[in-house]
Design a binder for this molecule. Structure first.
Ligand SMILES: Cc1ncc(COP(=O)(O)O)c(C=O)c1O
Length: 346
């Protein structure tokens, strides 16, 4: 089966650049960005700062690097960083905060990805000389492992109130903040208000091939630029990549709602099949966690059987399968997925 015929629901990172992205990349005006001479990168950084509601932004190769630069910027060696226990920073970034910044993660549990302000407050260290200091709180919106959940404004406000009262900086892993914005019908800059720094990814639901941005105030972004170089993320004619990011901002933010509708439709259809459990009412954005309840099936087996029919998904453990919609998934792709799943389980 050719890659074009496959229905690839593994992640929203699998998208191919759109024709307009490819055109913009081919025609991008570029320069050496380590010398600050790439006009397309400058434009992307300005646009990102504006969309996220900050004074400055920095183009970085990946979401992981953006998060880790923020941690390096805001925490010192031997200090603690509060993370949700299912967060990307804690689970999928290779313990980079320990390796690159000498910081220690302090995981806090949550039901839907957003620890309560009371639980966060309990995890903060008292000011005692024989305990580590809490340097930073992190927050992930939307939350990947929790199933694309969107933080309510109440939970974000309550967490920020604690952080501001105790003067602890807060970094937002907003890899999919534009999905949260589309789901709530609220501008991204409103959802980032009160955070010290925000990372967002161009290469997930927005569909660009490479890159993320880190936004904060002017002084912190100047320091972040130095850290990016130290981490090996200084890029040269990076405008060819930034050009696709600019198109992503212009053309793909407004269509994210369609991905959410399709994820919900998948959840509804799959949930009707014997042996699968979904909670369509909890599918808020483009990520769907599917529970395999049928004896004789498990998540890896289901993923393998779907894959043999050209539908790709990701097993998360023995029972949970993740499916993610993106602009490469059409209504027809959703219906085809439902037909194939129904044939396998029916
Ligand atoms: C919530 C979240 N944060 C950060 C990242 C890291 O992005 P990257 O893969 O570009 O390093 C991801 C990637 O899936 C993610 O889902």
């Amino acid at each position: 089966m050719s890659p074009e015929q496959r229905i690839d629901l593994r992640s929203d990172t699998v998208t191919q650049p759109t024709p307009s992205m490819r055109r913009a990349m081919a025609g991008a005006e570029v320069g050496d960005d380590v010398y600050g001479e790439d006009p397309t990168v400058r434009r992307l950084e300005e646009r990102a700062a504006e969309l996220l509601g900050f004074a400055a932004a920095l183009f970085v190769p990946s979401g992981t690097m953006g998060n880790q630069i923020a941690i390096r910027l805001l925490a010192r060696r031997g200090e603690e960083v509060i993370v949700d226990e299912r967060s990307h920073i804690y689970n999928f970034e290779m313990a980079a905060m320990a390796d690159l910044s000498g910081a220690m993660a302090r995981p806090v549990p949550s039901r839907r990805g957003f620890p309560s302000s009371a639980d966060i407050e309990k995890a903060l260290r008292p000011d005692l000389y024989y305990m580590p200091r809490t340097a930073l709180i992190t927050w992930e919106n939307t939350h990947n492992l929790a199933g694309g959940t969107v933080a309510s404004s109440e939970s974000t406000r309550a967490m920020l109130a604690v952080a501001h009262r105790l003067q602890i900086p807060v970094h937002l892993d907003g890899a999919r903040i534009f999905n949260a914005s589309a789901a709530l019908g609220v501008e991204a800059a409103k959802l980032t208000d009160g955070f010290t720094s925000v990372m967002t990814c161009l290469s997930k639901g927005l569909g660009a091939p490479v890159g993320s941005v880190l936004a904060s105030d002017v002084e912190r972004i100047a320091e972040a630029r130095r850290i990016r170089k130290r981490f090996g993320g200084g890029m040269r004619q990076a405008g060819v990549l930034a050009a696709a990011g600019l198109v992503a901002f212009d053309e793909t933010i407004d269509r994210l709602g369609q991905d959410h509708d399709r994820a919900r439709r998948l959840a509804e259809g799959l949930g009707e099949l014997k042996g699968l459990r979904t909670r369509p009412e909890e599918v808020q954005t483009n990520i769907l966690m599917l529970e395999v309840t049928e004896d004789g099936w498990d998540a890896p087996r289901l993923v393998q059987a779907l894959g043999a029919e050209g539908v790709l998904a990701l097993p998360m453990d023995s029972r949970i399968v993740r499916m993610v919609t993106h602009y490469g998934i059409t209504d027809a792709g959703v219906e085809r997925t439902l037909q194939i799943a129904s044939k396998l389980l029916g």
